[in-house]
Design a protein around this ligand. Structure first.
Ligand SMILES: O=C(CO)[C@H](O)[C@H](O)COP(=O)(O)O
Ligand SMILES: [Co+2]
Length: 234
């Protein structure tokens, strides 16, 4: 299902695809961004080795990557203390800055700081985190990232039980007339994207399914087409 909000962001109403550079060659990030030309967003997984047991990159790399690509950056912050560390990614020019509710002391205020700095604000939920407990926050955010793997690593299997959470998010957005994109992250591939799209997601992050393909740009087109076919058109 493609919402009017998703349509406004993409201009086309097509499902959004955000390749994750977690699965790219970190020594060639500019080339790896160019390899997925035509993507809606480039997903950047920031991990601090505290909130998750893995360490990736931070502000300096994002600052360079923004200059190296025209694709808007979708920063997924898997870090402690996002209240302090998330707004700088918006100040750098990231299009969407998503942080985890489990790590935030004041998610409303942090969303406002991100938006004041000119980015969209995203709220991420780990697989075991209840959506129902956080519905009251959704009006503050532009995107909701439903994690379909435990955050920390690429290449994991899509957790099928999260399809119900995606569908619940879709219902919450539609019934509340919320201006919120439903984004899915983890284990998204040519097969699982159909279930996520049928459940109502607007935007799909894919790391290994894109960068593990012989032709990453073609993989993006195929994923978008699979999502489009599976989605319920409104
Ligand atoms: O946030 C993430 C992991 O914490 C990544 O965005 C995600 O796992 C993408 O990789 P893949 O598509 O290979 O699962
Ligand atoms: Co991610």
């Amino acid at each position: 299902m493609t919402t009017q909000y998703a349509k406004a962001l993409t201009g086309t109403g097509a499902p959004m695809i955000a390749p994750s550079i977690l699965s790219a060659d970190f020594a060639r990030l500019a080339d790896e961004a160019a390899a997925v030309a035509g993507s809606d967003w480039l997903h950047v997984d920031v991990m601090d080795n505290h909130f998750v047991p893995n360490l990736t990159l931070g502000v300096p790399v994002v600052q360079s990557l923004i200059k190296a690509t025209d694709i808007p950056l979708d920063c997924h912050l898997m870090i402690d203390d996002p209240d302090r560390w998330a707004p700088p990614y918006a100040e750098l020019g990231a299009r969407n800055v998503t942080f985890h509710v489990e790590a935030a002391a004041d998610p409303r205020q942090t969303a406002r700081a991100i938006k004041s700095a000119g980015a969209l604000a995203g709220l991420a939920l780990k697989p075991d985190t209840s959506l129902a407990d956080h519905l009251d926050l959704l009006t503050e955010f532009d995107t909701l990232l439903v994690m379909t793997v435990e955050p920390g690593f690429g290449g994991q299997a899509f957790i099928d039980a999260m399809v119900d959470k995606i569908a619940a998010a879709r219902r919450a957005v539609d019934s509340g007339h919320l201006r919120l994109l439903v984004e899915v992250d983890g284990g998204v591939n040519a097969e699982t994207i159909e279930r996520a799209a049928a459940a109502g997601a607007d935007c799909f992050v894919a790391g290994s399914a894109v960068y593990g393909a012989d032709d990453p740009a073609d993989a993006v087109r195929r994923l978008r087409e699979s999502a489009r076919r599976a989605a319920v058109t409104v």
